[in-house]
Write a protein that binds this ligand. Sequence first.
Ligand code: AMP
Length: 187
Amino acid sequence: MRLVFIGPPGAGKGTQAAKIVDRYRIAHLSTGDMLRAARDAKTPVGLKADEFMSRGELVPDEVIIEIIRERLQSPDCGDGYLLDGFPRTLGQAEALDAMLAASGTPLDVVLELRVPEEELFQRLSRRGRADDKPEVIRQRLVAYRNQTEPLLNYYRNKDLLRSVEGVGTVEEIFERLVKVLDSVCKS
Ligand code: AMP
């Protein structure tokens, strides 16, 4: 199964992504984790990315697209994968489509985790990551609204989008996601 997982910062996407990849035995590709690892290792890409991440802005498309292009060629992606935090712009989504069309391996589903914005801000303020300062949080929510939300229509038009409410306990939300994914697997 090849899936894209979309949701605003603070929606609990990382927690649910970990549970999904465990259950369906697919690779977990988190661009946020990849960029944080590159930043901590002080690679040129990591240092460049950090300029954007520390402001709550998106890293330029060409940087992230190349990272994903390489990562998708790893053998562990052969049995499927969950893309967590990518694509985040229309340009990234189109680049992904082109890559997957070239290899004849289209996406099976795009999952959206929906959480009201007031709740996101509260959840992020409690989390305490370096990019969880109030002005950075605000900027990350703005980036989501302006740059990532348009993807929902893009995937809706391709009949790939399935939306799930991200409010409730971790287990309740996971059950909703599993219901959708099981129906996609069977179809
Ligand atoms: P995340 O952990 O997914 O919230 O990502 C943390 C930060 O990494 C984001 O605020 C962006 O600065 C950067 N980032 C992660 N994924 C992407 C992406 N697909 N495109 C651009 N920037 C990204």
